[in-house]
Design a protein around this ligand. Sequence first.
Ligand code: HEC
Length: 191
Amino acid sequence: MKGLVAIALVSAFTLAAHATLSFTNTITGQPLDLSEAMEEGRDTEAVKKFLSAGVNPYLENKTCLPKAKDLFLSMCSGCHGHYGEGKIGPGLNDAYWTYPKNMTDQGLFETIFGGAQGQMGPMYGALNLDEMLLVMAWVRHIYKDDPNEAVWLSPAQRAAFKPFDDKEDHTPPLDQAPVCKVSATSAAGLR
Ligand code: HEC
């Protein structure tokens, strides 16, 4: 009987097929309804991996960072600053978080999908799930503080991570960028 109920639930929400984690709103703690996500971008390798394991395969993925940056500049920098240094919204490039859960990629996703207070509205109507993971990868890439506090990186990624310096940003413009690809190793998660 329990099994049947579980099957009914899984088929009721196509997305729930991938979502073994449960996601909650950063302010209210209520469950997020992932079925509100846009149709497009729901089923990419990266999204499947993220929803099942909480690992973002776009982290430090060189081929995808140009797209990630482009999305951040159009959707986030107006409030958070060009390189996430803070403007009307808080800085996103340092080790201080108003909501400590944003130190994890699951928490950061929840804040982007469901929003926080005031001007930080939910993004599910503006970005699809795949784009949210890309934006998250850019937020992590512009981190300028101690890599040892970058708990969102795997140990191997942390060892290789250089704190971001905007004068050293050589991210190619989107029209000169390589094809954004999730490799087998990043899809498997490096943790
Ligand atoms: C219209 C302005 C606006 C836009 C656009 C916006 N934000 Fe925000 N954001 C804010 C404000 C204001 C806060 C502070 C809200 C709070 O403290 O609850 C915030 C808070 C946050 C936080 C929590 C930071 C912390 O210290 O815990 C994150 C993460 C975040 N925004 C990410 C993003 C990302 C990523 C985007 C683009 C997809 C984005 N925001 C777009 C205004 C904005």
